[in-house]
Design a protein around this ligand. Structure first.
Ligand code: KIV
Length: 248
Protein backbone atom coordinates (compact mmCIF):
# COMPACT_ATOMS: atom_id res chain seq x y z
CA UNK A 1 0.00 0.00 0.00
CA UNK A 2 1.47 3.39 -0.89
CA UNK A 3 1.89 6.16 1.68
CA UNK A 4 -1.09 8.16 0.52
CA UNK A 5 -3.39 5.13 0.74
CA UNK A 6 -2.03 4.42 4.24
CA UNK A 7 -2.80 8.00 5.19
CA UNK A 8 -6.36 7.71 3.88
CA UNK A 9 -6.75 4.48 5.85
CA UNK A 10 -5.67 6.29 9.03
CA UNK A 11 -8.16 9.07 8.29
CA UNK A 12 -10.98 6.54 7.69
CA UNK A 13 -10.04 4.95 11.02
CA UNK A 14 -10.73 8.30 12.68
CA UNK A 15 -7.16 9.46 13.29
CA UNK A 16 -6.64 13.21 13.42
CA UNK A 17 -3.85 13.95 10.94
CA UNK A 18 -0.77 16.04 11.67
CA UNK A 19 1.07 17.99 8.98
CA UNK A 20 4.23 20.00 9.66
CA UNK A 21 6.53 21.72 7.19
CA UNK A 22 10.19 20.79 6.75
CA UNK A 23 12.80 22.02 4.32
CA UNK A 24 15.84 19.88 5.14
CA UNK A 25 16.88 16.30 5.88
CA UNK A 26 17.51 16.60 9.63
CA UNK A 27 14.15 18.16 10.45
CA UNK A 28 12.40 15.76 8.13
CA UNK A 29 14.04 12.81 9.91
CA UNK A 30 13.09 14.24 13.28
CA UNK A 31 9.45 14.86 12.35
CA UNK A 32 9.19 11.44 10.75
CA UNK A 33 10.65 9.73 13.82
CA UNK A 34 8.03 11.52 15.86
CA UNK A 35 5.23 9.99 13.75
CA UNK A 36 4.05 13.15 12.02
CA UNK A 37 1.67 12.01 9.27
CA UNK A 38 2.43 14.51 6.51
CA UNK A 39 5.61 16.50 5.89
CA UNK A 40 4.98 19.55 3.72
CA UNK A 41 7.72 21.17 1.70
CA UNK A 42 5.83 24.44 1.62
CA UNK A 43 6.60 27.54 -0.36
CA UNK A 44 6.62 29.19 3.06
CA UNK A 45 10.31 28.46 2.56
CA UNK A 46 10.34 31.85 0.82
CA UNK A 47 9.71 33.46 4.19
CA UNK A 48 11.27 31.16 6.76
CA UNK A 49 14.33 29.96 4.80
CA UNK A 50 14.99 32.78 2.35
CA UNK A 51 13.86 35.69 4.54
CA UNK A 52 11.50 37.14 1.95
CA UNK A 53 8.22 38.88 2.77
CA UNK A 54 6.04 36.54 0.70
CA UNK A 55 6.08 33.17 -1.03
CA UNK A 56 5.85 34.85 -4.43
CA UNK A 57 9.42 34.47 -5.64
CA UNK A 58 9.90 30.82 -4.74
CA UNK A 59 10.72 28.77 -7.85
CA UNK A 60 9.99 25.18 -8.81
CA UNK A 61 13.73 24.54 -8.86
CA UNK A 62 13.97 25.65 -5.21
CA UNK A 63 11.07 23.43 -4.16
CA UNK A 64 12.74 20.52 -5.99
CA UNK A 65 15.97 21.18 -4.08
CA UNK A 66 14.24 21.29 -0.67
CA UNK A 67 12.04 18.30 -1.53
CA UNK A 68 15.12 16.23 -2.30
CA UNK A 69 16.68 17.25 1.05
CA UNK A 70 13.47 16.37 2.91
CA UNK A 71 13.08 13.11 1.04
CA UNK A 72 16.47 11.87 2.21
CA UNK A 73 15.48 12.30 5.86
CA UNK A 74 12.03 10.79 5.62
CA UNK A 75 10.94 7.15 5.71
CA UNK A 76 7.29 6.93 6.67
CA UNK A 77 5.56 10.30 6.50
CA UNK A 78 3.50 11.20 3.45
CA UNK A 79 5.48 13.80 1.52
CA UNK A 80 3.62 16.78 0.11
CA UNK A 81 5.14 19.63 -1.91
CA UNK A 82 3.83 23.00 -2.99
CA UNK A 83 3.59 23.97 -6.62
CA UNK A 84 4.93 27.52 -6.33
CA UNK A 85 3.31 30.65 -7.77
CA UNK A 86 3.25 30.80 -11.58
CA UNK A 87 4.24 27.15 -11.95
CA UNK A 88 0.73 25.95 -12.88
CA UNK A 89 -0.66 28.68 -15.10
CA UNK A 90 -1.65 26.26 -17.86
CA UNK A 91 -2.63 22.60 -17.86
CA UNK A 92 0.57 21.60 -19.67
CA UNK A 93 2.85 23.59 -17.34
CA UNK A 94 1.03 22.29 -14.26
CA UNK A 95 1.29 18.69 -15.43
CA UNK A 96 4.97 18.97 -16.35
CA UNK A 97 5.88 20.40 -12.96
CA UNK A 98 3.60 18.18 -10.85
CA UNK A 99 4.60 15.00 -12.65
CA UNK A 100 8.29 15.82 -12.13
CA UNK A 101 7.78 15.65 -8.35
CA UNK A 102 5.69 12.48 -8.48
CA UNK A 103 7.74 10.54 -11.02
CA UNK A 104 11.01 11.35 -9.24
CA UNK A 105 9.58 10.25 -5.88
CA UNK A 106 10.02 13.73 -4.48
CA UNK A 107 6.39 13.84 -3.38
CA UNK A 108 3.39 11.60 -2.72
CA UNK A 109 1.11 14.47 -3.59
CA UNK A 110 1.32 18.08 -4.73
CA UNK A 111 -0.45 21.03 -3.15
CA UNK A 112 -2.08 23.59 -5.40
CA UNK A 113 -3.59 26.89 -4.24
CA UNK A 114 -7.06 26.54 -5.68
CA UNK A 115 -10.02 28.79 -6.44
CA UNK A 116 -12.91 28.72 -8.92
CA UNK A 117 -10.60 30.22 -11.57
CA UNK A 118 -8.08 27.40 -11.69
CA UNK A 119 -10.14 24.38 -10.64
CA UNK A 120 -10.02 23.15 -14.26
CA UNK A 121 -6.24 22.81 -13.90
CA UNK A 122 -6.65 20.83 -10.68
CA UNK A 123 -9.20 18.59 -12.39
CA UNK A 124 -6.82 18.06 -15.31
CA UNK A 125 -4.02 16.98 -12.94
CA UNK A 126 -6.33 14.53 -11.18
CA UNK A 127 -7.46 13.04 -14.49
CA UNK A 128 -3.78 12.60 -15.39
CA UNK A 129 -3.23 10.65 -12.16
CA UNK A 130 -1.49 13.31 -10.03
CA UNK A 131 -2.50 13.06 -6.35
CA UNK A 132 -3.61 16.52 -5.24
CA UNK A 133 -4.06 18.53 -2.08
CA UNK A 134 -6.24 21.54 -2.91
CA UNK A 135 -5.33 24.52 -0.71
CA UNK A 136 -8.30 26.89 -0.27
CA UNK A 137 -9.21 29.94 1.81
CA UNK A 138 -6.31 32.30 2.40
CA UNK A 139 -4.06 31.78 -0.64
CA UNK A 140 -0.62 33.27 0.11
CA UNK A 141 0.42 33.19 -3.56
CA UNK A 142 -2.46 35.57 -4.48
CA UNK A 143 -2.14 38.00 -1.61
CA UNK A 144 -1.29 41.50 -2.76
CA UNK A 145 -1.17 43.41 0.53
CA UNK A 146 -1.58 43.02 4.29
CA UNK A 147 -5.37 43.20 4.16
CA UNK A 148 -5.35 39.78 2.48
CA UNK A 149 -4.22 38.19 5.74
CA UNK A 150 -7.59 37.63 7.40
CA UNK A 151 -10.21 34.98 8.07
CA UNK A 152 -12.20 34.06 4.96
CA UNK A 153 -15.80 32.85 4.68
CA UNK A 154 -17.25 35.16 7.31
CA UNK A 155 -19.90 36.75 5.06
CA UNK A 156 -22.77 34.74 3.60
CA UNK A 157 -21.51 35.32 0.06
CA UNK A 158 -17.95 34.24 0.84
CA UNK A 159 -19.13 31.25 2.86
CA UNK A 160 -21.23 30.10 -0.11
CA UNK A 161 -18.26 30.54 -2.45
CA UNK A 162 -15.94 28.37 -0.34
CA UNK A 163 -18.60 25.76 0.36
CA UNK A 164 -19.33 25.44 -3.39
CA UNK A 165 -15.62 25.28 -4.16
CA UNK A 166 -15.14 22.48 -1.63
CA UNK A 167 -18.10 20.55 -3.05
CA UNK A 168 -16.61 20.83 -6.55
CA UNK A 169 -13.28 19.58 -5.23
CA UNK A 170 -15.11 16.70 -3.60
CA UNK A 171 -16.83 15.89 -6.90
CA UNK A 172 -13.53 15.81 -8.84
CA UNK A 173 -11.94 13.61 -6.15
CA UNK A 174 -9.03 15.64 -4.84
CA UNK A 175 -7.12 13.58 -2.28
CA UNK A 176 -6.89 16.17 0.50
CA UNK A 177 -8.33 19.63 1.09
CA UNK A 178 -6.15 22.05 3.06
CA UNK A 179 -8.05 25.01 4.48
CA UNK A 180 -6.18 28.13 5.56
CA UNK A 181 -7.82 30.79 7.72
CA UNK A 182 -11.41 29.89 6.96
CA UNK A 183 -14.29 30.53 9.32
CA UNK A 184 -14.24 27.66 11.84
CA UNK A 185 -17.88 26.59 11.48
CA UNK A 186 -17.64 26.74 7.68
CA UNK A 187 -14.49 24.59 7.83
CA UNK A 188 -16.38 22.11 10.01
CA UNK A 189 -19.31 21.92 7.54
CA UNK A 190 -16.93 21.39 4.63
CA UNK A 191 -15.27 18.61 6.59
CA UNK A 192 -18.64 16.97 7.36
CA UNK A 193 -19.91 17.16 3.77
CA UNK A 194 -16.82 15.91 1.91
CA UNK A 195 -15.23 12.50 1.88
CA UNK A 196 -11.51 13.15 1.90
CA UNK A 197 -9.28 14.42 4.73
CA UNK A 198 -9.81 18.13 5.40
CA UNK A 199 -6.82 19.54 7.26
CA UNK A 200 -6.29 23.14 8.20
CA UNK A 201 -4.37 25.99 9.63
CA UNK A 202 -6.16 28.78 11.45
CA UNK A 203 -9.52 27.15 10.73
CA UNK A 204 -10.50 25.65 14.06
CA UNK A 205 -10.52 22.20 15.59
CA UNK A 206 -13.60 20.73 13.94
CA UNK A 207 -11.68 19.24 11.01
CA UNK A 208 -9.62 16.13 10.27
CA UNK A 209 -6.17 17.47 11.07
CA UNK A 210 -3.90 20.41 11.67
CA UNK A 211 -1.07 21.96 9.68
CA UNK A 212 1.79 23.99 11.12
CA UNK A 213 4.95 25.65 9.86
CA UNK A 214 7.85 24.17 11.85
CA UNK A 215 9.51 27.52 12.54
CA UNK A 216 6.24 28.82 13.89
CA UNK A 217 6.08 25.87 16.31
CA UNK A 218 9.65 26.61 17.30
CA UNK A 219 8.77 30.29 17.70
CA UNK A 220 11.68 31.37 15.50
CA UNK A 221 10.08 32.33 12.18
CA UNK A 222 12.30 34.85 10.41
CA UNK A 223 9.32 36.75 9.04
CA UNK A 224 6.26 36.14 11.15
CA UNK A 225 3.71 34.81 8.69
CA UNK A 226 0.65 36.96 9.19
CA UNK A 227 -1.76 34.05 8.78
CA UNK A 228 -0.68 32.82 12.17
CA UNK A 229 -1.79 35.93 13.95
CA UNK A 230 -5.34 35.07 12.91
CA UNK A 231 -4.76 31.52 14.03
CA UNK A 232 -7.00 30.46 16.86
CA UNK A 233 -6.13 26.78 17.00
CA UNK A 234 -5.83 26.08 20.70
CA UNK A 235 -4.95 23.46 21.55
CA UNK A 236 -3.44 22.00 18.42
CA UNK A 237 -4.52 18.50 17.60
CA UNK A 238 -2.95 15.88 19.82
CA UNK A 239 0.08 14.90 17.80
CA UNK A 240 1.24 18.43 17.02
CA UNK A 241 0.44 19.42 20.59
CA UNK A 242 2.59 16.58 21.93
CA UNK A 243 5.35 17.56 19.53
CA UNK A 244 5.18 21.15 20.73
CA UNK A 245 5.40 19.99 24.34
CA UNK A 246 8.47 17.92 23.53
CA UNK A 247 10.15 20.98 22.06
CA UNK A 248 9.77 22.92 25.30
O1 KIV B 1 3.75 26.85 2.40
C1 KIV B 1 3.25 26.46 3.47
O2 KIV B 1 3.93 26.19 4.45
C2 KIV B 1 1.80 26.34 3.53
C3 KIV B 1 1.17 26.21 4.87
C4 KIV B 1 1.12 27.53 5.55
C5 KIV B 1 -0.18 25.60 4.76
O3 KIV B 1 1.16 26.40 2.53
Amino acid sequence: MNKLNKLIKLYRGGKKLSCITAYDASMSKYLDSFGIDIILVGDSLGQVIQGQKTTHNVTTREVIYHASCVKSGNKSATLMVDLPKDSYKSKVQAYNNASYFISNNLADLVKVETDMENIDIVEHLIKKGIPICAHIGLLPQSIKNKSGYRKYGKTKKEAQYYYNLAMKLNAINVNIILIECLDNSLAKSICKDTNMPVIGIGSGQGIDGQVAVIYDLLGISFNKIDAFSTDDRTPLDKQIFKFKKKLK
